[in-house]
Design a protein around this ligand. Structure first.
Ligand code: SAH
Length: 234
């Protein structure tokens, strides 16, 4: 029927409206190619993990069509799931070896934690909002990553002393500064990836520890929700 055909054709292309599983898988592949590889993500382990983890499982049902959009998306409690490129860039900078212990501050949807687990990391995620932590735990368990990921509810703005030293620390919320406490929990040879700056806009920093020496490099502007708590914003 011509009317139906015309209507179907009026929908945006499959990549933007991936309403079925095949569409979602295709959209995931397109995301890896166009948003990550073409923009300079070169770590094949990061690319493979992001090609494997179903991001659609981490976004709210009403955002399913945008699961592979080139953007951060709203999740519950006014928080966000980071843009795929930002997850890839942070993970590439983190450069976690196989079997590495990672502290993740700001687990949110759990997507970043799942990507790290898919790369063979053991992740301790800290999330201040219990509602988000329990949803993230369920998603991660359903995907079979439960053995690699533990999620705690709490203020991770000053790190998580109980598990220190950490080989890798990734902070997924914007911090006013790099706190001494966080750096003190970084193992020798360790790497910390953290957005630092104002409440609305930050710079993505990589802090590498070589013995007593800290080397900080700036990897460009980024936009994260504020890190709250003792080492964050009020
Ligand atoms: N990595 C997430 C992005 C989460 S957005 C993902 O892949 O979806 C940042 C998260 O940091 C929010 O869920 C917010 O609640 C959390 N957060 C903010 N301050 C925090 C703190 N001090 N400790 C733990 N989590 C915090």
């Amino acid at each position: 029927m011509p009317a139906v055909t015309a209507r179907a054709a009026a929908y945006p292309p499959l990549v933007d409206r991936p309403a079925d599983a095949r569409g979602l898988e295709a959209a995931r592949g397109t995301m890896v190619g166009l948003q990550l590889r073409a923009r300079g993500i070169v770590d094949e382990r990061v690319l493979a993990a992001m090609a494997a983890v179903p991001r659609e499982r981490f976004v709210p049902a009403e955002s399913l069509d945008h699961a592979y959009a080139d953007a951060a998306l709203r999740i519950a409690a006014g928080q966000t799931i980071s843009q795929p490129y930002m997850v890839a860039l942070m993970t590439q900078l983190l450069d976690p070896p196989l079997g590495c212990r990672v502290l993740e501050i700001g687990t949110g949807s759990g997507y970043q934690a799942a990507v790290l687990a898919a790369m063979g990391c053991d992740v301790l995620g800290v999330e201040r909002l219990a509602e988000l932590a329990s949803a993230a735990r369920e998603r991660i368990a359903a995907l079979g990553f439960g053995v690699r990921v533990e999620i705690r509810v709490g203020d991770g703005s000053l790190g998580w002393d109980a598990g220190a030293p950490w080989e890798r620390i990734i902070v997924a919320a914007g911090a006013p500064t790099v706190s001494e406490e966080l750096v003190a929990q970084l193992a020798d040879g360790g790497r910390l990836v953290i957005p630092v700056g104002g409440r609305r806009e930050q710079d993505l920093l990589l802090v590498e520890r070589h013995g007593a020496e800290l080397v900080t490099t700036d990897h460009g502007p980024c936009v994260f929700v504020p890190l709250r708590g003792a080492g964050g914003w009020a």
